[in-house]
Ligand binder design. Structure first.
Ligand code: MG
Length: 341
């Protein structure tokens, strides 16, 4: 590894995070799988522990964002949604979370209460219990406000786990709504760009949408496009499944303020983080039925089929552009907007 110090991009979910995992983190640990389950090396959204006829899904995440309160949510909502979604995209029913909160001395009690209330609201909506937690405080100036780390637990019948590597040629790619809302809403609030009045984060718990999508039984791979955005997710899909993914730019739902902000700042909306989106590869014959079930859910109204899976050029993600060209979509080096999740 060419770095002797950690850079921000090492935590940004792109190529440098991948390098840190492959070269430093994963090789350090000898025991990284429970027999018969999904372990650390899979680098999926969650891991699994087989127990008789079921698998217990476990997923853990640390959340460090700025600002703590943003259009459409706050750190508490984000921490709970992120973990519920990581459990749900494994095909599991989320049942419980634990939470560790680290705060800076001087943190306002009122803001602390607001963040806890936001966590509670989402937990109630998703029927998920907070069963354990920890609270620590660091001296003034040694931490920027608050960090929340959550671990989620879910249950799934053995054989029904959905990984991020099962795509087959012919599968259709579905997303449940517009891309880039979260990253741009946060950045806009932070930098005072003025888009925050038109745009809120998509931060949401996706258990209901995912449960509906699973009913026809056609999902071959599923993941939430958080850090690294849809571009990072599709590259992971393509590489892990050894297929290519072809996306139609015209079909990708994207809001006008996100397009405007990305043009102004030189960002690719496909690389921006989302917190209420799920992308899945679905068997061709079940794609339309899956899409219509997703559209009936609270967070799936703007769902679309955005592309398809092919056997040629394995490992590549290719965009059919609006003007009739083709562009290779690469894994972002890191999240272009730091500290959004
Ligand atoms: Mg995930």
């Amino acid at each position: 590894m060419e770095f002797d110090k950690i850079e921000l991009a090492h935590g940004a979910g792109g190529k440098l995070t991948q390098q840190l995992l492959d070269e430093i983190i994963v090789p350090t640990f000898k025991n990284k799988i429970v027999k018969g389950g999904i372990g650390l090396e899979a680098l999926d959204d969650g891991a699994t522990i087989p127990v008789q006829d079921y698998e217990v899904v476990v997923s853990t995440d640390a959340h460090t964002i700025t600002p703590l309160f943003f259009p459409g949510g706050d750190l508490g909502k984000l921490a709970v949604c992120g973990t519920i979604n990581d459990v749900a995209v494994m095909g599991a029913k989320p049942v419980a979370i634990t939470s560790a909160i680290i705060m800076e001395e001087g943190f306002l009690m009122n803001n602390f209460k607001k963040i806890l209330n936001s966590m509670n609201q989402i937990l109630v909506e998703a029927n998920v219990a907070l069963i354990a937690g920890d609270t620590k405080v660091m001296p003034n100036g040694t931490l920027d406000g608050m960090i929340i780390s959550t671990t989620g637990v879910g249950i799934v019948k053995k054989g029904s786990v959905i990984t991020d590597n099962g795509l087959k040629p012919g599968n259709k790619i579905i997303i449940n709504g517009s891309i880039g809302d979260h990253g741009i809403a946060l950045l806009s609030k932070r930098e005072g760009l003025g888009f925050e009045t038109q745009l809120v984060s998509d931060c949401a718990p996706l258990h209901e949408t995912i449960e509906a999508a699973m009913k026809p039984g056609g999902i071959k791979a599923m993941k939430d496009p958080t850090r690294g955005g849809v571009a990072g997710l599709l590259n992971e899909f393509a590489q892990k499944s050894n297929v290519s993914i072809w996306i139609d730019e015209d079909k990708v739902p994207i809001k006008a303020p996100v397009i405007a902000a990305c043009e102004m700042l030189g960002f690719d909306p496909l690389a921006i983080a989302n917190e209420g989106k799920v992308v899945m590869g679905v068997e061709k014959d079940l794609a339309e039925e899956t899409l219509s079930l997703i559209k009936k859910t609270k967070y799936g109204k703007n769902a679309e089929i955005i592309g398809e899976v092919k056997a040629e050029k394995p490992g590549y993600v290719i965009l059919n552009t609006s003007i009739g060209g083709k562009r290779i979509i690469e894994t972002p080096r890191g999240e272009p907007i730091p500290r959004v999740c």
